[in-house]
Ligand binder design. Structure first.
Ligand SMILES: Cc1ncc(COP(=O)(O)O)c(C=O)c1O
Ligand SMILES: N[C@@H](CCCC[NH3+])C(=O)O
Length: 390
């Protein structure tokens, strides 16, 4: 087991201003390599979900490793283009694409609009017509598959706002036939995020098979099967399991998805590719010993890492200044923001902790930096990359 932190790395943090996101770029590269090696034998196409991380250096490495880009806003498409992702490998999802965003994506000739409503089909058709273009569209279908994950990050149930429900599909087929500036290329799904139960993906495959049959029976060939992302990571044991089991994940799709020779299978992974390669590094400002509780007050808060406040998400907390210490005291680890929900963990067992100690919040590469806010007029977030450590 290779640990992310050792004494040398911690010493090189000593003169850096905290808080900052630390990125272990060799772990990122290994993760990308293992993902590509597991996907390539099946000729699967993997797009990186920019919503999970849009740090310039991280995106550049991901692009250099041959991944496509999954975007959910005009801003993300612009970023992907600027970093150098090939437009023919950019997909664009989102329930609320604005006209400006659609026009920009049309100008870039992206690979596919993943369309989430009948009205959106009509709008894309109209805007494409005005440009004398044909937009390639995949229909995002709400598969009503339970992702067995946190209810805030489940996306594929009938009650979620994402995708088109199956009862609307006849209207979709009718609309597609009417829209001369749309080219139907396939179907798109995404059931949720941080999925650890592989049976969820098996259920998704069964649904995709059903749906592709539905379209083919209506004389609408399905070239692209886009199954979205969602593969989870081990937040509890980041050093033991730094890289998800990509082989097992892709094998499920190879085993259970019906793929005809003319078809392409696309994935949109975010978290699985980037979550483990980063930790948020913070300094202890104060220790407050109460009657019932001891508090560790950090210089990082929910403004730098929002997931615990928003989803009660777990991030492993380590005292890097006491790597060798065995003693354990229970602390509530909190940030400086004026909100009671600004808490990273309750009753966390840590070595006796002092003002000035360095604390790592692990597994923050996905939905960390991207969700930072300026609330309380906090300064912009800083980063440190492993390759720049002396
Ligand atoms: C449509 C779509 N694709 C891909 C992703 C990436 O998900 P994850 O980071 O869980 O792989 C998401 C986010 O959940 C999404 O909504
Ligand atoms: N932001 C969420 C994931 C959202 C997935 C986007 N559809 C998280 O931190 O877990």
């Amino acid at each position: 087991m290779t640990k992310m932190f050792n004494q040398d790395i911690v010493s090189s943090f000593e003169n850096k201003e905290t808080p900052f996101y630390y990125y272990d770029l060799s772990l990122l590269k290994n993760t990308l390599k293992q993902c590509a090696e597991a996907a390539n034998p099946y000729k699967f196409h993997v797009h990186f979900a920019l919503k999970s991380n849009f740090n310039q250096q991280i995106l550049t490495i991901i692009k250099e490793n041959g991944f496509g880009a999954d975007c959910v806003s005009g801003g993300e498409i612009k970023k992907a283009v600027q970093v150098g992702f090939n437009a023919a490998q950019i997909v664009f999802a989102g329930v609320g694409k604005s006209d400006t965003e659609i026009n920009y994506a049309l100008d870039q000739n992206i690979f596919s609009f993943n369309v989430e409503s009948v009205q959106e089909l009509e709008v894309i058709n109209e805007l494409a017509a005005a440009k004398g273009k044909t937009a390639k569209v995949a229909i995002r279908i709400n598969p009503n598959v339970d992702a067995h994950t946190h209810h805030y990050i489940t996306t594929g149930l009938d009650e979620n706002k994402f995708g088109i429900n199956s009862w609307d599909l006849p209207l979709v087929a009718e609309t597609l036939k009417k829209c001369a500036h749309l080219s139907f290329i396939g179907i798109h799904f995404h059931v949720g995020s941080q999925i650890m139960d592989m049976n969820v993906f098996k259920s998704l495959c069964i649904k995709v098979n059903e749906m592709q049959l539905w379209f083919e029976e209506r004389g609408m060939p399905v070239k692209v099967l886009n199954v979205g992302g969602g593969l989870g990571v081990d937040y509890q044991n980041p050093d033991k399991n730094p890289i998800p089991d990509f082989k097992a994940y892709f094998k499920i799709f190879n085993d259970f998805l019906t793929v005809k020779p003319h078809q392409e299978v696309h994935f949109e992974l975010g978290r699985a590719l980037v979550a483990q390669c980063s930790s948020l590094i913070s300094k202890v400002l104060y220790i407050k010993n109460g009657i019932k509780k001891n508090f560790v007050i950090l210089d990082a808060g929910m403004t730098e890492l929002m997931r615990p406040a928003l989803y009660q998400a777990f991030h492993k907390i380590e005292n890097l200044s006491k790597l060798e210490s065995e003693s354990q005291i229970s602390y509530d680890v909190v940030g400086p923001i004026c909100e009671s929900s600004d808490c990273f963990g309750k009753e966390v067992a840590l070595p006796e902790t002092k003002r000035g100690d360095l604390i790592a919040l692990r597994t923050t590469g996905a939905y960390g930096e991207v969700m930072a806010s300026a609330y309380n007029l906090r300064p912009d977030i800083r980063h440190v990359f492993s390759e720049e450590l002396s």
